[in-house]
Every structure is written in C-alpha cells, then in structure tokens.
Design a protein around this ligand. Structure first.
Ligand code: GTP
Ligand code: MG
Length: 212
C-alpha cells in the first residue's frame, strides 16, 4: 500500500551556535548525529532532494553548529530535521570541541520536540566508542517525562563505497554490534532513501499517538 510521498518544501530555518539561540520548539524534530565526515549533511541533502541546501565538505568539521531545516511532504507531514556537528573532529581547535559537546548534549537531553536521533556510521567502520557513548547518552535521557521517548535509528552511510555483494554482510555485522536494525544508505546513489523516509515517518507517528 504505497502512497505517493515527495518533499514539497525544504528550507533552512536557523543555525545555532549556542544553546540560547535555538528557536522555540514547535514541530517534531529528528536529529542526525555521527562522527565528523560520516555523511550527515550529504544524507540530509539526499533526503530533502536538494543538492546543496545543506553544506557538505571533505574537511571533517564542515558543520559547526546545529542547523535546522523545515520540511513538508505531499502527505501533509511537516518536520524539522536537525544537522548536528560531527564528533571526533580531530582537525578543529580543542576549544571548539569542548564547546560542541555541551551544545549537542544539551539539545539531545532537553529538546521537548525531539522524536528521533539518527546515528550515522560509515559502512566500512561500524560501531566505535563514540557511537556507544552517544547511545548511552540518549538512553539516559529516555525517561524524561516532558516528552515522548526518543527513538534511535542507525544508518550505515557511504554504502556505494563497498561492492554490492559485501553490503548486506557489512550491515548485518553493524546491526549485530549495535543490537538493533541498521539501514544502508548512499547519498551518492540514493540507495536506502525510501526505506529511511519510511522509518523516519514511523518514528514521528509512533511518538505522537494523538489520533489513537
Ligand atoms: P561534518 O559536517 O564535518 O560533521 O561532516 P558530515 O558528516 O556532514 O559529512 P558530509 O556530508 O559533509 O560528507 C563528508 C564527505 O563524504 C564529503 O566529501 C561527501 O561528498 C562524502 N560523502 C557523503 N556521503 C557519501 C556517500 O553516500 N557516498 C560517497 N561516496 N561519499 C559520500
Ligand atoms: Mg556536516
């Protein structure tokens, strides 16, 4: 029962460099987290069907603030997607690193409209300490009474970088590592885009059972 689903509008709302600058919570939000250079911004462009709405780059640390994007789809779905700065940003000043940690953590732990965090891992790397730390952090914020549970969605990026025959085994290995389902994705080919949208829409619908 496939319904037509397409993005009718995607626009930049705000870039947030300090917690106090974030626009007041309104629509449901989905945040995209992961190691620097893993492909967060590229994945967002692919999801939004826009080549350059979100700035991407080959230098780790391209995204240095929280960037909020408004998106509206043909089926009436309206959401805010949030591009988070990458962690593991070896090339940036130490001072900046310590400023980013609290910004990301503050957002994840206090944003009442946050419904899901999409954690990106490179299909060739899988789960490492930073990913486990982030998952633990999200788990710790789960019991907040002020908002519905925040779902965790794991995506293996840059699927095009490994031969087709190796993709499924790689994704299964990452899935076993994380102990949850993992979606393969390529911003280069668009592979996995529909499945990810499906999961995102479900995470927002499940978290707000208003019509139940
Ligand atoms: P930060 O903003 O530094 O945290 O990085 P990011 O996670 O937003 O990564 P970004 O989207 O800027 O991509 C980093 C590099 O990886 C760029 O050179 C992209 O072109 C490349 N890249 C991203 N996604 C893919 C993909 O699916 N396939 C391939 N082959 N390259 C990709
Ligand atoms: Mg980025």
């Amino acid at each position: 029962m496939k319904q037509p689903f397409a993005i009718v509008e995607a626009s930049f709302i705000a870039g947030v460099a300090a917690a106090g600058q974030i626009p007041p919570p309104a629509l449901a939000e989905i945040a995209f987290a992961g190691r620097s250079n893993v492909g967060k911004s590229s994945l967002l462009n692919a999801l939004l069907g826009r080549r350059n709405l979100v700035r991407t780059g080959s230098t780790p640390g391209t995204t240095r603030q929280l960037n909020l994007f408004h998106v509206r789809a043909t089926d009436g779905l309206e959401l805010v997607l949030v591009d988070l700065p990458g962690y593991g940003f070896a090339k940036r000043a130490k001072q900046e690193k310590s400023r980013w940690g609290p910004l990301i953590e503050g957002y994840i732990s206090t944003r009442v409209t946050l419904r899901a965090v999409v954690l990106l891992v490179d299909v060739r790397r899988g789960a490492e300490q930073e990913e486990r730390d982030l998952i633990d952090y999200i788990a710790k914020t789960k019991a907040r009474a002020a908002r519905p549970e925040v779902s965790l969605i794991v995506v293996a990026t840059k699927a095009d970088k490994i031969p087709r025959a190796q993709r499924k085994p790689a994704i299964m290995r990452i899935s076993a590592d994380f102990g949850c389902p993992v979606l393969g994705f390529s911003a280069e080919t668009g592979e996995g885009k529909e499945a990810l949208w499906e999961t995102l829409r479900r995470s927002v619908a499940v978290a707000s059972p208003k019509e139940a």
